[in-house]
Design a protein around this ligand. Sequence first.
Ligand SMILES: [Zn+2]
Ligand SMILES: [Zn+2]
Length: 367
Amino acid sequence: MAATKDYYQVLGVPETATVDEIKRAFRRLAKQHHPDRNPGKPQAAERFKEINEAHDVLSDPPKRKQYDQLRKYGAFAGAGRYGGAGRGPGRGGGGGPADSGVEFDLSDLGSFGGLGDLFSSIFGKRGEGRMEEAEDEVEATVSIPFRVAALGGKVPVTLPMAEVCPTCGGDGAAPGATISVCPECNGRGTISFGQGGFAVNRPCPVCRGKGRVPSTRCGTCQGAGEVRVEKRLIITVPPGTEDGTRMRLKGQGAKGKGDVVVQFQVEPDRFFRREGLDVVCTVPINLAQALLGSKIRVRTLEGRHVLLKVPPGTPHGQRFRIAGQGIEKNGRRGDQYVEVRVEIPDRLTPEQQQVVRAFAEKAGLKY
Ligand SMILES: [Zn+2]
Ligand SMILES: [Zn+2]
């Protein structure tokens, strides 16, 4: 979403520019970007339109005054915090002109080119309740080793999150400062924008929604009431955790009241892979073991070793089951499957070739 342009920036004049200065800037820029002087340049036409819009508003004192008020409340701050997904103006329930003393007659601003954007940057925000909740909730992706995911365990995680400022205890006031009702919102904590059928609130930018302002701001948090910290958590991973599993840690989030939501990312293991509650591993055996049979040592998930009997004539890819050595979850336990990979020597000496030929003749194998 392209945010509505700052008209002062468009004309390259300061906020304090006089009407004459605005007109001069406009004439100079309009001449420079006039479509007749820039044939085949669509950007110039776009710029020319912007310049005209900016001039229309800023050269008209009542319009300029309203624009300045909107601008002061961050309506033109771009697609920042309150710049939602470009939703249109909601027809507000509740209605009635806002009684905050900050009223805008938006119908008079009809000549604003980007009125749609203007509306969405004011109205396209999320509901305040949800916004607060989302602010206190911390989301993180946590990478865990395969074995920890399979067997369960604890993993340490460090997450950046907001904590209540230790200096001011969250009220944003410097020690000894006096706290008074916010003059901007009269203590309500919200500023209303409204006209006719709808009124919309947003947090007061002066008191940041608190409704009160200190005489001197806390130096630690600059008045925000919160500080960013690196918080270390030990997360208990339940056994049988699958890749992509989400877990909510109540009350571990920002300011000690929000939740932490972690999503586990299971790292692949060099030896094991998972099939439901079963684990599968591949073990190489040589040609003699495959033909004559053998006993091989196989590592289990828990790190023990078991002896597995490979019978004579075992084909490549054969799976053997070791019962009860899989993943345990909800009282059920999977098995371990051992898949053998028969390794074929890639080069034989002339002597070895002779032996294999003799074998082939005895076994009636054609080659
Ligand atoms: Zn503080
Ligand atoms: Zn306020």
